[in-house]
Design a protein around this ligand. Sequence first.
Ligand SMILES: Nc1nc2c(c(=O)[nH]1)N[C@H]1C(S)=C(S)[C@@H](COP(=O)(O)OP(=O)(O)OC[C@H]3O[C@@H](n4cnc5c(=O)[nH]c(N)nc54)[C@H](O)[C@@H]3O)O[C@H]1N2
Ligand SMILES: Nc1nc2c(c(=O)[nH]1)N[C@H]1C(S)=C(S)[C@@H](COP(=O)(O)OP(=O)(O)OC[C@H]3O[C@@H](n4cnc5c(=O)[nH]c(N)nc54)[C@H](O)[C@@H]3O)O[C@H]1N2
Ligand SMILES: [Mo]
Length: 687
Amino acid sequence: MSETLSIVRGACGHDCPDTCSWLVEVANGRANRLYGNPNHPFTRGTLCAKVNHYLERVYHPGRLKYPLKRVGNKGAGQFERTTWQEALAAIAENWLQIIEESGAEAILPYSSAGNQGMIQTASLDRRLFGILGCTKLERNICGEVAHEGLAATQGNGFGIDPEELIHSRFIVLWGTNTIVTNLHLWPVITEARSRGAKIVVVDPIRTRTAEQADWHLAIRPASDAALILAMMHVIIRDDLVDHDYVRQYAQGYEELVERVRDNSPVTAAAITGLSPEVIEQFARAYATTQPAVLRPLIGMEHHRNGAMMFRTLACLPVLTGAWRHRGGGLARSTGALQSSVLNGAGLQMPECTRADVRTLNMRDLGRDLCNSELSPQIRSLCVYNCNPVVSIPNQQAIIKGLRRDDLFTVVHDLVVTETARYADYVLPATSQIESLDIVPAWGHHYLAMNRPAIEPVGESVSNTELFRRLAVALGRTEPYLFESDKALIRTALKSNHPWLANITFERLWEEGYVRLNEDRDWRPFASGGFKTRSGKAQLYSKKMEDQGLDPLPNCGEIRRATAGELQLITGKTLHFLNSSYAHVERHRKREGRLFIELNSQDAIDRGLADGALALISNNQGSIVAECRVSIRVQQGVTWMPFGGFGDALDNACSVNTLTPEEPTDWGGGSGFYDTFVNVSKFIGAIN
Ligand SMILES: Nc1nc2c(c(=O)[nH]1)N[C@H]1C(S)=C(S)[C@@H](COP(=O)(O)OP(=O)(O)OC[C@H]3O[C@@H](n4cnc5c(=O)[nH]c(N)nc54)[C@H](O)[C@@H]3O)O[C@H]1N2
Ligand SMILES: Nc1nc2c(c(=O)[nH]1)N[C@H]1C(S)=C(S)[C@@H](COP(=O)(O)OP(=O)(O)OC[C@H]3O[C@@H](n4cnc5c(=O)[nH]c(N)nc54)[C@H](O)[C@@H]3O)O[C@H]1N2
Ligand SMILES: [Mo]
């Protein structure tokens, strides 16, 4: 029999800035190879340490092939196979009863960006839960705080195209570990370096990226705004201001001058742990080298004062006029920009949702599930595109809530995740090579189409298909709840934005990816154009003043450890993608046991040696991890990997056992990194 071999163009759907373009070789219905598409200008044919082995995820023995129904206790992970028909009927019956007895707000749909394809992230789900009147979810765990912080100064969260960094001469990677988390930007940066650019990293941890940089400023956590205020002090004192730019395009310069007068490098040194000389040198180098670009991602936003740090950071390129220069300014997520081009509202149809429906913040899941005073109490949870037991703060509260006998939990995922173990029904989801989508990127300006390469494995269904089936089971008849994936994609592309002109479904289908139509040399704020009410950058913000906030940039509330405690930073790892891949042996082996990195002095003070087991605890819970004495961390700060290390040490925990539901100053995010812990020798056996 002759083989039918085809190569199918697709795109990675993981929650990552790179959105790699890939090719899948399929023979007789089976994917045999998946590799990077060499033609994609940004991802250039390379995939990351995780996605290089994506087919192990697709064909993993633990992959869910049919719906499961719980037979054991919640958390025991005991399920039996059931049919789609039975599962859907049971879910619909349960939900209709809840709606009748408590109202639809007692149902909480809970999702994030586990699949960041546009229609699989947010389309039919929003329409269905909207029309039912279920509780709305504030999805602020990633990106929103940074966006809101920048918007306070700029009016929006836009920045330059990261590919434009090639033109930069001074690149500051500010709280981002590019080599691990944003791999394909690194070649752009090294190319800029070969053309003479200097690479600076501002990070409390000596990350892989910091090691590769020309200059690493090992700042104390959450003190960045103090550094930035002192930089502005130097820039103003030494008259390195672009007065012409500031006069034309900024508001509040005089007030800013007053604000930074006392924020000298000496003052900032005491807060940041950097020497006054380093701060002086950094400020002058930044202001006198053009084009200079700031590249922050997630690091700063996971602190209590996250939004204020971004608001303050955004003042720098205004003061120096860096926005004028090609490759200058600030380059953060391109997500908001891509969203503004595409027709997300057309997909989600917010008009389906009543305005008076309550909203809960995803950060507070544990607290809300355990809160019997909530009116109405959460009686059912529907989780998809997310694994909150691993990724949301206060893990033990989430688990306690999920154990409630009177909570009906449905999880749709590819495997029985840490969250799914507590579900009443677990429904099988397709992988990226089994479903259709368009995938906007938050790390560049290309829009991709992901074509399905194989049939769904087993009885798995995509998110959109799940919500069509649920709509039928619930007896809904509105045609917009049943739109096909192709129709949804056409809706997403239906926008009058010039950057989308001539970018059609057919073209994406044929070419796999298309660059948005913007001018290569697009400079969002070269000549003003800030999206604030006045059209000017807000060094002084009347809007913030009206909201009762400080109208000027400041340090925000910096939390510090009390005696004996250490500040715990948790971050992304090379072989896991957030909570994902922990079940794949290869990746698990590479990441090894859960560990904690301690500075040598902090280790000595606690009688801990390299390789010893440490007990890490605070008032929320405790966790055991292997101690690594490390030069990466400064005294007073520790680092642990975030991800599904679960039973690596037989203690079914993630670092989020220790992180509190600390809200950020504004933007609604989580102060994950303002976690303080006691670390001591672990005595006893692990059971
Ligand atoms: N302590 C600490 N906590 C953190 C962070 C940190 O740095 N430290 N980072 C935070 C950040 S930035 C983020 S973005 C979050 C990420 O947190 P999550 O969104 O929970 O993590 P992911 O692993 O990206 O995706 C979640 C799930 O989506 C599933 N999934 C993938 N594709 C599909 C699909 O098509 N359909 C369905 N139904 N499911 C699918 C995956 O299998 C996975 O189980 O974690 C946050 N939590
Ligand atoms: N391999 C891999 N890649 C990923 C992910 C993954 O899990 N694995 N996750 C994806 C997701 S969802 C996201 S959001 C991105 C995130 O991409 P990054 O933002 O690069 O992610 P992190 O590794 O959390 O890096 C944040 C850095 O900020 C530092 N930091 C912490 N606090 C402070 C502070 O107060 N000031 C400063 N200046 N720095 C600070 C941390 O030490 C860390 O090195 O990565 C994406 N890419
Ligand atoms: Mo994220």
